[in-house]
Design a binder for this molecule. Structure first.
Ligand code: ADP
Ligand code: MG
Length: 364
């Protein structure tokens, strides 16, 4: 069993897709883990840890994908949730909901649920620990890391400390004491997120957005400190440049996005195909995205990947590309460790076990 959880989520057909496809869809469900994918004359069966079909609820996605990570974070284990997929596939809907300040309980996305979940876990935790929750929020746009909570910081440097933890130098961290305060800060950050226009989806996001919730645990008896982070990543669209009809600046944005997503794919390939974790080179430094996620994919972290897809036959090729990405990711194996600041042995690569790839050939 690998410690990356990979799920696929199919959103409902959009009204435009409904008109184009007369309600035809390119998948048929087998069960909650497998489906048949149909592309013109070909069909194949694809399985993930879980498949969320169009009628799935936001709460179901949270409970399966994020709740185990939230529970671990309050014990000092890092966790990362990544949404991947073409523009319009449902990444932001899954992360934020229709709006971060959404009042409709059913529509709330992963992010507000994670915030609620962290505070709930803290409330029911033992009294020997003092908890502090901090929030920061950055976007990676054209390979620059911008602080979404402080726009004056538009080129945040990524550093690594002695414990090989990844740090964002000088990033604004807001201490939050309740879910309401967190949502207010988050909504301010979301407004700052750069949006571009492509033919695929006006107002589509051209940046990767990274939300970091840090839980600091301090023992009231011996003052020992631990931290557990929950990182949520709303990736920019994975669609091919040609299809979006992009030009000029938008084309440059799209190329940069594709490059960083390829870097993410290469890191995943290196982790799954390398002869051994210790001897092989994992190219984390090839993009800002992979560098920020180094902890998440390579070591002391639990990772969950949500592959967001359109069910429309008109997007079948993009959907297949998203599903392939998820299938490659499934072969990462990493053991989560508790990150304890003073424990020099809790080095992140220590427990990674990687298998030689018997799998790449089997991936579609
Ligand atoms: P992305 O962030 O991947 O570009 P969005 O999350 O913005 O895509 O989704 C595109 C549109 O589809 C939005 O109008 C969104 O509300 C809608 N949508 C996405 N996923 C779902 C879903 N599971 N249920 C209902 N509507 C959805
Ligand atoms: Mg989006």
């Amino acid at each position: 069993m690998s410690n990356i959880t990979v799920c696929a989520r199919f959103r409902p057909l959009s009204s435009k897709e409904k008109k184009d496809s007369r309600d035809n869809i390119c998948i048929s469900s087998l069960n909650s883990e497998s489906f048949v994918f149909k592309e013109e004359k070909e069909e194949c069966t694809i399985s993930f840890d879980k498949v969320f079909y169009e009628e799935s609820m936001q709460a179901d996605v949270y409970e399966f994908l994020a709740l185990p990570i939230v529970k671990d974070a309050v014990k000092g284990v890092n966790g990362t949730i990544i949404t991947y997929g073409q523009t319009g596939a449902g990444k932001t809907y899954s992360v934020e909901g229709t709006s971060i300040l959404e009042c409709d309980e059913q529509k709330k996305g992963l992010l507000p649920r994670v915030v609620d979940g962290l505070f709930e876990c803290i409330k029911s935790a033992d009294e020997l620990t003092k908890y502090t929750v901090k929030l920061s929020m950055v976007e990676i746009y054209m390979e620059k890391v911008r602080d979404l909570l402080d726009l004056t910081k538009d080129n945040i440097q990524i550093k690594e400390n002695k414990m090989q933890e990844i740090l964002l130098s000088g990033v604004k961290e807001i201490t939050i004491s309740d879910p309401e305060g967190a949502l207010q800060s988050l909504s301010g950050g979301i407004v700052n997120r750069a949006v571009g226009e492509t033919q695929m989806n006006v107002g589509s996001s051209r940046s990767h957005c990274v939300y970091i919730l840090t839980v600091q645990l301090e023992s009231t008896t011996d003052k020992r400190m631990k931290t557990g982070k929950v990182i949520l990543v709303d990736l920019a669209g994975s669609e091919k440049v040609e299809k979006s009809g992009a030009e000029g600046k938008v084309l440059e944005e799209a190329k940069t996005i594709n490059k960083s997503l390829s870097a993410l794919g290469n890191v995943i390939n290196a982790l799954t195909c390398g002869p051994s974790a210790k001897s092989s080179h994992i190219p984390f430094r090839d993009s800002k995205l992979t560098r920020i996620l180094q902890d998440a994919l390579g070591g002391n972290s639990r990772t969950a990947l949500l592959c967001c897809c359109s069910p429309s036959p008109s997007n079948a090729l993009e959907t297949l590309s998203t599903l392939r990405f998820g299938m490659r990711a499934k072969h990462i194996k990493a053991s989560p460790l508790v990150s304890r600041r003073e424990d020099m042995h809790a080095k992140k690569h220590g427990d990674i076990t990687l298998t030689k790839d018997e799998s790449c050939d089997r991936i579609l």
